[in-house]
Design a protein around this ligand. Structure first.
Ligand SMILES: [Zn+2]
Length: 446
């Protein structure tokens, strides 16, 4: 836990109708050169900002501190990370440039011949090969995100010939565009954002949590089947981003997904992924459900990775160790639906550090099984011991998820399913790294 997070920050996810984008080669086939576009822009009195890999044309008036002048440099910094992601030699593509229009008044661009008819109906953004168009945004962080999202489209459409199902096209654009700025104002990729303040107005994590709470969150197969036309609302963007994040970051999937991404990014991409060596559809779908069940800022796939191994029948009382620095932990013991069990928990562990200030030295935050009432997370005290089972068909509907059966130092519970008992301490999944120690749980039939 971090010191600042003791101050409860309510983050309001605001509107984001995601950007639409498509690789329709009919629209601007063999369009004008970037030089010709720049000449048109200058003739029309539009601003032209340039870097190695971006020409940005805008009718937005110059305004000190709005960050627009920094966009081409940030685009170049992001571009280098996209080359890394796809293992492309940046030196070989050093001539590559995109041309983006950052638009306040679409009529000005149309009059200047910079907004073809087929490209003008987008909500937030549109990309066709190395050209993209985006509506100006009032929030600088969201403006940057949208610019980079369209930039990833331009990059993948041209350098990788991307023509995949829309979940990957939009998911990878979201994944590679997500970033924060460091203290020097430079681009730092954060495919899973660390804190809401880094990605203002993005709202994807909040959206997934809302969909989960409403029982309407898609599963992985739903995401794979998302029609392109659905990529006009935040739900589809959020779920596609989560799918790409899972497949790129989860230790079980990262290697084979990276291999698939090095192959053709065509219409058979999803099928090729499904038939890649070691692909287990049921397990991958469960990992995706486990991600959307727990998703939060700073989600850490290695610490939150779930071991789905079946356990031994729990017929006698057993002692198990629950590490404070991990997400749901497989106890190794399996329960039968309807059985009654009891827990008794002992021990103390730390769930973070209150960092030092000039007046106070740093303090380790200790907890026992009941948790600390100083701060709550998802309706329960931080650090509280939780017992759960993975339930494929929760009674309240919705996707499979962990159902909490018992909490705190003592208690009894009824098994909700045939399957393993999982344990963890209640804490945001992005704040596990500074925890230390474990609790000991005695669990067994009543
Ligand atoms: Zn897009």
């Amino acid at each position: 836990m971090r010191l600042w997070s003791l101050i409860v920050v309510a983050v309001i996810a605001t509107i984001v109708a995601g950007s639409t984008s498509a690789a329709d080669p009919e629209i601007v086939a063999a369009g004008p050169s970037i030089g010709a576009l720049v000449a048109s822009a200058r003739r029309a009195g539009l601003r032209v900002l340039e870097s190695d890999h971006l020409v940005l044309i805008t009718d937005r008036p110059a305004r000190v501190g709005d960050g627009v002048e920094d966009l081409p440099r940030l685009f170049d910094e992001a571009w280098a990370t996209w080359c890394d992601h796809f293992e492309l030699d940046s030196a070989q593509h050093r001539q590559w440039r995109a041309c983006g229009c950052l638009i306040v008044d679409r009529e000005r661009f149309r009059a200047a011949g910079l907004l073809p008819d087929g490209a003008s109906e987008f909500a937030n953004g549109f990309c066709n090969r190395e050209r993209f168009w985006m509506a100006d945004q009032s929030n600088p962080a969201y403006r940057r995100h949208l610019l980079l999202h369209e930039g990833v489209h331009a990059f993948t459409l041209t350098l990788r010939g991307l023509d995949t199902p829309s979940w990957y096209m939009e998911g990878i654009a979201e994944y590679l565009a997500t970033h924060r700025l460091n203290d020097d104002g430079r681009f730092v990729p954060t495919p899973l954002p660390l804190q809401a303040g880094d990605v203002e107005q993005l709202g994807r994590i909040e959206k997934l949590r809302t969909l989960r709470a409403a029982g309407t969150c898609p599963g992985l197969e739903d995401v794979f089947a998302t029609p392109a036309v659905n990529h006009r609302d935040l739900s589809a963007y959020a779920a596609s981003w989560a799918a790409v994040a899972l497949l790129s970051r989860h230790p079980e999937h990262a290697r084979s997904f990276a291999a698939a991404e090095r192959g053709p990014l065509d219409g058979a991409f999803t099928e090729r992924l499904r038939s890649s060596p070691g692909w287990d559809a049921e397990r991958t779908a469960r990992n995706f459900d486990a991600l959307t069940d727990e998703i939060d800022y700073g989600y850490d796939f290695s610490r939150s990775r779930v071991d789905w191994a079946p356990g031994q029948p729990l017929d006698t009382r057993q002692a198990i160790t629950v590490a404070s620095g991990r997400g749901w932990q497989n106890s190794g013991w399996s329960l039968r639906k309807g059985e009654r069990h009891g827990i008794n928990v002992t021990g103390r562990c730390t769930i973070g550090l209150l960092e030092s200030t000039s007046a106070e030295p740093s303090v380790r935050l200790e907890t026992e099984a009941d948790g600390i009432s100083l701060r709550w997370y998802r309706g329960r005290p931080l650090g509280r011991l939780l017992v759960a089972q993975w339930v494929e068909q929760p009674g309240d509907g919705g996707r499979p998820r962990f159902v909490v059966l018992a909490e705190g130092g003592h208690g009894e519970f009824t098994a909700a399913a045939d399957g393993v008992a999982y344990f963890k301490l209640n804490e945001p999944p992005g704040e596990l790294a500074d925890n230390d120690g474990h609790l000991t749980v005695e669990v067994g039939p009543k």
